[in-house]
Design a protein around this ligand. Structure first.
Ligand SMILES: [Zn+2]
Length: 121
């Protein structure tokens, strides 16, 4: 009798976990879909801006490819990605490396070192 109650309780808990897992999966799927849509829009916007720039500047795809190469290898790894690296704290009294996503130094509270707006995304 006691074992049946334990089994029933375990089944109820398992069912609750299953519902929770399904809800988490739906939320994750929705977030992934939203990110995918935003990436497609950002890609279209970036390509449109580049096409406008080529029309008015004389820059070519070769110029863009070279600039992309320069940016890629700046972090020491040729992987067709731009890595955002930690930078030294801007404070004269602190030599900590500041996390690329941080607004302030995690050790002394000084504003994070100035970065490109692209590094803040
Ligand atoms: Zn600091």
């Amino acid at each position: 009798m006691h074992q049946r109650q334990q089994i029933r309780g375990a089944n109820v808990r398992a069912s609750g976990l299953e519902h929770s897992l399904q809800a988490t999966k739906r939320r994750t799927d929705n977030e992934f879909e939203e990110l995918h849509t935003r990436l497609e829009k950002l890609t279209a916007l970036t390509e449109s801006m580049w096409l406008l720039l080529t029309e008015v500047s004389g820059l070519t795809d070769e110029h863009l490819a070279y600039k992309l190469y320069e940016l890629d290898v700046k972090d020491g790894t040729r992987d067709e990605k731009k890595s955002v690296m930690s930078m030294p704290c801007a404070s004269a009294r602190c030599d900590a490396m500041v996390n690329p996503r941080a607004r302030i130094c995690q050790f002394c509270g000084t504003d994070a070192p100035a970065r490109s707006p692209f590094d803040k995304i």
